[in-house]
Design a protein around this ligand. Structure first.
Ligand SMILES: Cc1cc2nc3c(=O)[nH]c(=O)nc-3n(C[C@H](O)[C@H](O)[C@H](O)COP(=O)(O)OP(=O)(O)OC[C@H]3O[C@@H](n4cnc5c(N)ncnc54)[C@H](O)[C@@H]3O)c2cc1C
Length: 597
């Protein structure tokens, strides 16, 4: 039995399997703590467990570490009295974080309540570890900008103190940061620290099941390991598996299926369910396959953690938070003409052949119109924003827990209903799934000049996501895409553009109220670029307690199983703060497990 620190986490441990459940006769690998997923939750979990003396294997389905976190903007919401807050004279405390993030009376500008459905136990756990997580990240090599914590990039971070910190990333090469974005400034230092401390990484392996011993009236049954399948990734036309950026500490295995023993615990850090179309449609049936996920195709958050845990009795939790009218859950695209278009990708990214095109970043939404698959406009193109949720000092005066807070919000459902208009689209939907279909940006040669776009590969993907033609009728006929249910009618598109041009002439958009439409669409060539919104966040998942232990349908802890980040439920906040903190919590408590006692 593995106890205490083991310097070689890859020892093959045999003759274990003493449980009464379906434990394998032989385990391929073993460690005290097995972490599933190497993103914002998994890396802190692995380091925290290792710091506490546990041997750790991180199992990651992708060819490299990072998950959504490495693609992220690296804006990390952590407060509660961090050294950065103290340095700049900002007053904050765990109690203030807890009170802010459980205040029922706060609503977003579209009326969605930020914190009403947060689980109090989960929030207490977060509040108590929030500042410690910030110091832990710094101690493990993360550099944050030396500026006062602020609201930049923040979402639902509470009214009482600024809590957003910004990771610094200077090595902007596509290899270290596939997206070229600052999330690598959080992830790569944590990875380096984990590897230096002896955490082992089993990349290219997807966890497919959790192994739990059988339960009895006196023994609830314990999670003692996992199975995983070898899932190497290759680029189109290549048979060579993609390689990770760093390799020290990687476990070299190409066995199709492995069983891994966890002497103390398994931590699920699998990143949520946004890529699983059937799973996400449980919360919003409109989110058919056409809507991509912000982190694809680098990683796919396919609910495999949730499904494996549910298969051994785990409960889901906090499902109300997953309704995607909740702030930024579904977002407008920022880069046109490419399927994976939440941001413009680094053209040096090692996965550009998978991404297929970097995308055209939009500077001014006046330069185009957006049409549905029928070729009709449906909203004011400049109003694609999403509410960020409540931020520091947004309610002033702020009276915690007082219903009168709502009287002072900038209630503006019109502004934030862009997505509802985009995904509803009943006029254009049909059997079998009544998908609303793609949204296309329509613009002309003058817009290309104004935006300084390069309308050729690798910036756009002419294979289904970007089209050009000398007339609007030819453009409509050229649009061919798997999600375009029927061909766009050229006469409809011509009529739409002609009508819009009259709005430009008169200065008034009588259909959708776009403020002073500025540019006629008149000069060939004309363009149609993929501009369909995307699903961004998972806000509901497995039921956990304040220690991030997973709980079953009877409200009992499942021994040996932890979860954090987007795969965990009960916490409605975007991103890296809750994920890093819950990873830290899960790692700390998982390492302290004493199953043999
Ligand atoms: C483009 C983008 C920008 C963002 N910007 C910000 C920001 O600036 N600030 C902020 O706070 N948040 C931001 N976010 C959100 C933030 O990145 C995520 O909330 C966070 O990374 C989620 O952490 P996680 O650990 O739950 O999942 P991830 O970081 O996605 O990690 C999950 C990992 O688990 C792996 N995995 C999944 N299933 C399995 C399996 N069965 N077996 C093995 N491995 C598996 C995945 O491959 C992945 O590597 C951004 C997200 C995106 C996509």
């Amino acid at each position: 039995m593995t106890t205490g620190r083991s310097d070689d986490a890859t020892n093959v441990v045999s003759a274990l399997g003493s449980g009464t459940g379906p434990t394998p006769d032989n385990w391929d690998l073993a460690a005290d703590v097995v972490v599933i997923g190497a993103g914002a939750t998994g890396l802190p979990a692995a380091i925290a467990a290792r710091d506490a003396g546990a041997s750790v294997i991180v199992v990651e389905a992708n060819y490299d570490i990072g998950g959504h976190a490495i693609l992220s903007g690296g804006n990390v919401p952590l407060g509660g009295g961090t050294s950065a807050q103290r340095k700049y004279g900002i007053k904050d405390s765990p109690d203030l974080v807890f009170a802010d993030l459980t205040d029922w009376s706060i609503v977003q500008p579209n009326g969605w309540p930020d914190y009403r459905y947060n689980d109090r136990a989960v929030m207490r756990g977060f509040a108590d570890h929030c500042a410690a997580t910030y110091e832990f990240l710094v101690a493990n090599g993360v550099t944050f900008k030396d500026v006062p914590p602020d609201n930049v990039g923040a979402h639902s971070t509470g009214n009482s103190a600024p809590r957003e910190n910004h990771a610094v990333w200077t090595d902007g090469t596509g290899l270290a940061s596939p997206s070229g974005r600052a999330g690598a400034g959080l992830v790569r230092p944590l990875e380096a620290s984990a590897r230096a401390k002896g955490v082992k990484f089993l990349l290219n392996h997807k966890m497919t099941s959790l192994i739990r011993t059988a339960s009895s009236s006196t023994n609830p049954g314990r999670v003692v390991g996992i199975t995983a399948q070898y899932t190497p990734r290759t680029l189109p036309g290549s048979t060579t598996p993609l390689q990770s950026y760093r390799s020290e500490g990687n476990i070299d295995s190409t066995k199709p299926s492995v069983a891994i023993r966890a002497a103390k615990a398994v931590i699920l850090a699998t990143g949520g369910s946004t890529s699983n179309v059937n799973f996400r449609r449980m919360f919003d049936p409109r989110l058919t396959e056409v809507y991509q996920t912000a982190g694809e195709p680098y990683t796919f958050q396919d609910a495999s953690g949730e499904l494996a845990a549910m298969a051994i009795g785990a409960s889901l939790w906090g499902l109300g938070n997953q309704i995607l009218e909740n702030g930024d859950g579904i977002r407008t695209q920022r880069a046109l003409g490419a399927r994976y278009n939440y941001f413009a990708w680094d053209v040096n990214s090692p996965i550009l052949p998978l991404v297929r095109a970097a995308g055209l970043e939009v500077k001014d939404w006046q330069n185009l119109i957006l049409v549905n698959q029928l070729g009709q406009r449906f909203y004011d193109e400049t109003k694609g924003d999403y509410p960020n949720g409540n931020l520091y000092n947004e309610f002033n005066p702020y009276r915690p827990g007082d219903y009168r807070n709502n009287a002072s919000i900038d209630y503006n459902p019109t502004h934030y209903n862009f997505f509802n208009a985009a995904v509803a689209m009943n006029a254009a939907s049909g059997p079998p799934d009544y998908a609303a279909g793609p949204i296309w940006a329509i613009f002309d040669a003058e817009a290309v000049t104004r935006e300084q776009w390069q309308v050729a590969p690798p910036y756009v993907d002419p294979d289904g996501y970007f089209f050009s033609a000398n007339t609007l009728a030819e453009l409509a006929a050229a649009i061919k895409n798997p999600y375009q249910a029927k061909p766009m009618d050229g006469a409809t598109l011509q009529a739409t553009v002609a009508r819009y041009n009259t709005f430009v002439d008169t200065g008034t958009d009588v259909d959708f109220g776009k403020y002073r439409p500025q540019y006629r669409i008149q000069t060939p060539p004309f363009y149609a670029a993929w501009a369909t919104p995307l699903v961004h966040d998972t806000r509901a998942g497995l039921r956990i307690n304040a220690r991030c232990q997973v709980m079953d349908m009877q409200g009992q802890v499942i021994p040996g199983l932890y979860c954090g980040g987007e795969s965990a439920g009960g916490f409605n906040q975007h991103g890296l703060g809750r994920c890093t903190a819950q990873g830290y919590i899960a790692g700390k408590y998982a390492a302290a497990e004493r199953p043999e006692a």
